[in-house]
Design a protein around this ligand. Structure first.
Ligand SMILES: *[C@@H]1O[C@H](CO)[C@@H](O)[C@H](O)[C@H]1NC(C)=O
Ligand SMILES: *[C@@H]1O[C@H](CO)[C@@H](O)[C@H](O)[C@H]1NC(C)=O
Ligand SMILES: [Zn+2]
Length: 463
């Protein structure tokens, strides 16, 4: 089962989505890609239990999102692809070798038990998160089960089947003239970039490893968007071993300029944890959240831009400070215990809660032994990003951003034209599956399993 939870401060709410991991049915955290597959949805169970052990759920409300309907998935994906995902099972797949090849299912993206339900749940989570942001029921929404940024309109790619991020952004575009997408997964956010490559309504910014045939192979700094979308796709290609300080500095410089220039109405942040040091597939040297300790006194005196915090979670902290409606998702991450650590720390960051380094006892504590600590060991990959390389990339990105500033600001209109909202073909829909947003919102169930405190009914004061 999957849950959303919402924290409410005085006027704002924070929505959170995670899951429990009963073996009984096809929960997101209990599906299995296969014995040698690096994607382990079990990491979501570990995240969930770690979040609980730090009692972060007490600062949030928990909701169970609806399972996205096929017709909702087809807002972006082709109807035939969605239909095929719906129909295919491990037992029947040998009958469909032509379709499997066509939709790129197989080795990287295997057909497993409960595949479609898995997609419906994680996509439903991101869609619900966007709707709750649109309805101002929360100011931050998190879906750690989402963030599958490689999926394409008509095919699966890189362990991703349905692109929940695109679906969430389409939802946000119903209320916002401009949506900013930021991706700190070690892999290029190609599926999201491709979906919005020709439009200025969405700006995509991806920081990723590029070169040496690293998957998916796209994401050169020269890929900037086309037609209406020219200059609205930003790529920050990096080499192996980038460290906390350079990554954080580059991130902050670029993102502050992006927000200043583009003035988005909402932000979607994909927090793939495979950019952490010691990831099974990644090659960066980021820590989760390096504090002051890594900055020497000399640095503090010499440098004008003093980085007091650095690393993966500092990117989340930085984006939160813009105080814009924020949808946060997971993504890649293949060293399970570090993924759980990272997303737990980042849940804390989004709740303004600092977490003690020693992990409280919980059902999954054995995975964090022997240190039982939130911090992860330093990486062992040498930094191949020279200062001059990083500075060249930064200059190119900022130069492209200046082209937007000088363009006539059609994109600064406040209300998006209705005709832009992508529509599905009315004829193809099953009327039974067609439901309006109001009905859908009602189907999001609050889960009371974790509510004991006196603040249980805080959410009644909102909206
Ligand atoms: C980090 O160091 C700076 C300057 O040395 C200090 O002002 C700040 O309070 C420290 N922050 C934390 C969180 O320790
Ligand atoms: C990786 O980063 C950490 C923390 O910034 C640093 O101490 C370590 O030396 C780096 N590893 C390599 C191989 O450069
Ligand atoms: Zn990745």
């Amino acid at each position: 089962m999957l849950y959303l939870s919402v924290r409410l401060t005085q006027h704002f709410a924070l929505l959170f989505i995670c899951l429990t991991c009963s073996e009984a049915n096809g929960d997101v955290g209990s599906v299995y890609f296969g014995p040698n597959h690096p994607m382990k949805p079990h990491r979501l169970c570990m995240t969930h239990h770690l979040v609980l052990s730090y009692e972060l759920h007490k600062k949030m409300e928990i909701y169970r999102p609806h399972k996205a309907y096929p017709v909702e998935l087809a807002q972006f994906h082709s109807a035939d692809y969605v239909e095929f995902l719906h129909r295919i099972t491990p037992d029947t797949q040998h009958l469909f070798s032509h379709e499997l090849a066509k939709y790129n299912l197989g080795e990287d993206c295997p057909v497993f038990e409960n595949l479609f339900e898995f997609c419906q749940i994680y996509a439903g989570g991101t869609i619900d998160a966007a709707r709750r942001l649109n309805n101002q029921l929360c100011d931050i929404a998190i879906n750690w089960a989402g963030g599958l940024h490689h999926a394409k309109k008509c095919e699966a790619s890189g362990f991703c089947y349905i692109n929940d991020l695109v679906l969430g952004i389409l939802e946000l575009l119903k209320y916002h003239a401009r949506v900013l997408y930021i991706d700190i997964d070690v892999h290029h956010g190609d599926g999201v970039e491709e979906a919005f490559y020709f439009t200025d309504r969405v700006m995509t910014v991806s920081f990723h490893k590029f070169g040496d045939m690293f998957f998916p192979g796209t994401g050169d700094v020269k890929e900037i968007g086309e037609r209406e979308g020219k200059f609205y796709a930003i790529n920050v290609p990096l080499k192996d071993g980038i460290d906390d300080t350079s990554f954080t500095r580059l991130f902050k410089t670029i993102i502050s300029k992006v927000v200043e220039t583009y003035v988005p109405g909402a932000i979607v942040l994909q927090c793939g944890a495979d950019s952490l040091a010691r990831d099974r597939l990644g090659c960066f040297n980021l820590s989760i959240d390096a504090g002051n300790s890594s900055i020497s006194a000399v640095d503090v005196k010499v440098s004008l831009v003093v980085v007091l915090f650095a690393g993966h979670a500092e990117c989340v902290r930085f984006v939160k400070k813009f105080n814009l409606p924020l949808l946060v998702t997971g993504g890649g991450g293949y060293t399970k215990e570090n993924v759980a650590r990272c997303w737990t720390v980042e849940t804390g960051v989004l709740l303004d809660t600092e977490l003690p380094n020693e992990i409280p006892d919980n059902e999954y504590i054995k995975y964090f032994a022997p240190e039982n600590s939130l911090r992860i060991p330093n990486g062992h990959i040498e930094n191949l990003n020279s200062k001059s390389y990083l500075s060249t990339i930064k200059m190119q990105v900022l130069e492209n951003l200046r082209c937007i500033q000088h363009a006539p600001s059609v994109q600064m209109q406040e209300v998006p034209p209705d005709f832009y909202i992508p529509d599905f073909d009315e004829d193809e829909q099953n009327p039974d599956e067609r439901i309006d947003q109001h009905t859908q919102d009602k189907q999001i169930q609050r889960d009371d399993e974790y509510y004991e405190g006196e603040n249980d009914n805080d959410h009644m004061e909102v909206g």
